[in-house]
Design a protein around this ligand. Structure first.
Ligand SMILES: Cc1ncc(COP(=O)(O)O)c(C=O)c1O
Length: 495
């Protein structure tokens, strides 16, 4: 164990040792039950007096971080995880700005990977439902067949047989395209970054749904794009809002005309709306009339709990830029998505991909191609979508049973989320903070809106696919208790 000590710091050496040990535990390099070196051995190694290490171990013991048994050394204590866990955030009332949203999302990522927390916050498919046997078989086949090529650089546009399989699969949705129009990306996030950068420059305007996938909004801020929002209803985009958004853009001067509009007609994240056929056509006419480029994010298209009769926008209009992903419908760790583009934009996207990341990972692309060719994708979708639908129902029942009056939501026919609208008296951040302190992560609504477009009433996004029904029920009961107790506190204050 090498502990860097700095005698020039004002922190005494023994406390530097204590802090370093805490960091090692937080970082997972030391775990419960791990043995620390003897005081003599550590003192020799660090070239400090033995009493410095003895003081450090005394301090760790006093804080309950290590146990020492006479003659058998010092061990990381079983309490340690609790004791060193980051204190629950106390930021109920922080301003909605870029930095705080960044902090919140990074906290939620941590919670998502912390096994002691039930996380309904991020959109994570359950790892125990991944089709590991089929994937393993395909990967082994690829390695046997392709040898070292499976680990070589792939062409920037992506592995051709994978693009052929994707083109074939897209016919299922009524999309007719050539493998040559497909560019493989590291998930839809990269696809959106590349298309946004190709279509717009800093200070340009993009039209975005409100609420909208938080990560896209952060990405737009990062690219210095100015978002102008429009709302959705249960059938599709709100037409009046679209017109109003355009008026706002026009009032901003000629440089403000939107460069593109991003939409997700299938089970939109976060509210789960699926546009009806009429709205799809009307929207395409509207975009064509106003000469606005459409980006269709189809990430959740395959996560459907009922047959989906409405075609994607791209099937109705070949000019639509279609973004697809295998993250939610199969496995996000593959990091495989794609964009369908034509003409000079296609050329531009391929060269941007080459310049920025060279190509997406080779073995994953080849494995996925074999998986699709074997027909295993359809089988997997049928299996997991049936399970997700049951989980959605369980969440719905628990919400009906345990939540206080005034909350509202509706059941999506696909996707991962229920968007829980809170009554005007409830504060999403406060609920979030209290829930996290009790080991439950949920996503408060602020990051799903443009910074300057925060609504008066707030909401929580709940992902229902990750856990079985009993865990969802347990989590919602806890959420209900938290909301009820916050309600009681508020009423008590008001009396
Ligand atoms: C609407 C939407 N688009 C894109 C993504 C990112 O997908 P990928 O993992 O393919 O980058 C997500 C993930 O949550 C999403 O919800």
């Amino acid at each position: 164990m090498l502990i860097p000590l700095n005698p020039l710091l004002s922190t005494p050496l023994y406390l530097q040792i204590v802090e370093h040990v805490c960091l090692l535990v937080r970082g997972g390099q030391l775990n419960v039950g791990d043995r620390l070196p003897s005081t003599r051995a550590l003192a020799d190694q660090l070239s400090v007096h033995r009493s410095t290490v003895i003081n450090a171990y005394d301090e760790l013991r006093a804080r309950g971080l290590i146990d020492s048994a006479q003659g058998s050394g010092s061990y990381i204590s079983a309490n340690l995880r609790e004791l060193t866990r980051n204190p629950a955030p106390q930021r109920d009332q922080y301003p909605i700005d870029d930095q705080n949203i960044e902090r919140l999302t990074s906290e939620l990522w941590q919670a998502n990977h912390d096994k002691s927390i039930i996380s309904l916050a991020l959109g994570t498919p359950p790892e125990d439902l991944f089709p590991m046997q089929a994937i393993e078989r395909c990967r082994n086949l690829v390695i046997r067949r392709d040898g070292g090529h499976a680990y070589g650089y792939e062409m920037p546009q992506g592995y051709l047989p994978l693009r052929v399989e994707i083109a074939r699969d897209l016919a299922r949705h009524g999309i007719l395209c050539d493998a040559d129009e497909i560019i493989i990306t590291s998930g839809v996030q990269e696809a959106l970054t590349l298309t946004s950068r190709a279509l717009a420059s800093p200070n340009d305007v993009a039209l975005v749904q409100q609420p909208h996938f938080f990560s896209d909004l952060a990405n737009f801020r990062h690219l210095r794009l100015r978002g102008v929002g429009f709302g959705l209803n249960e059938h599709g985009p709100n037409r009046l809002d679209l017109e109003y958004a355009l008026t706002l853009c026009r009032e901003g001067g000629s440089g403000s005309y939107p460069r593109f509009i991003v939409v997700s007609p299938d089970y939109q994240n976060p509210i789960g709306v699926c546009w009806d056929a009429q709205n799809r056509l009307a929207f395409l006419h509207w975009a064509a009339d106003h000469e606005i480029r459409v980006i269709e994010d189809a990430t959740y298209r395959d996560v459907a709990y009922e047959p989906q009769p409405n075609p994607p926008l791209r099937a109705l209009d070949a000019e639509v830029l279609y973004l697809g992903s295998y993250s939610k419908s199969l496995m996000p760790g593959l990091r495989i998505g794609y964009v369908l583009a034509r003409g000079s934009l296609r050329e531009q996207l391929i060269s941007m991909k080459r310049i920025t990341t060279t190509s997406s990972e080779s073995l994953g692309q080849r494995t996925l191609a074999a998986f699709l060719a074997a027909g295993a994708y359809a089988e997997h979708l049928e299996r997991v979508n049936a399970i997700y639908a049951l989980r959605r129902n369980a969440l719905h029942e628990a919400l009906q049973r345990y939540l206080p009056a005034g909350c509202s939501w509706w059941l999506p026919n696909g996707g991962y989320y229920v968007w829980l609208n809170l009554p005007p008296t409830m504060d999403a951040m406060r609920i979030y903070t209290q829930a996290l302190a009790r080991g439950l992560a949920i996503f408060p609504s602020a990051p799903f809106y443009l910074l300057d477009n925060q609504p008066h009433t707030q909401a929580l996004r709940l992902c229902f696919v990750r856990y079985p029904e009993d865990v969802l029920t347990y989590a919602v009961r806890m959420l209900g208790q938290i909301m009820n107790s916050l309600n009681n506190q508020r009423q008590f204050k008001n009396t």
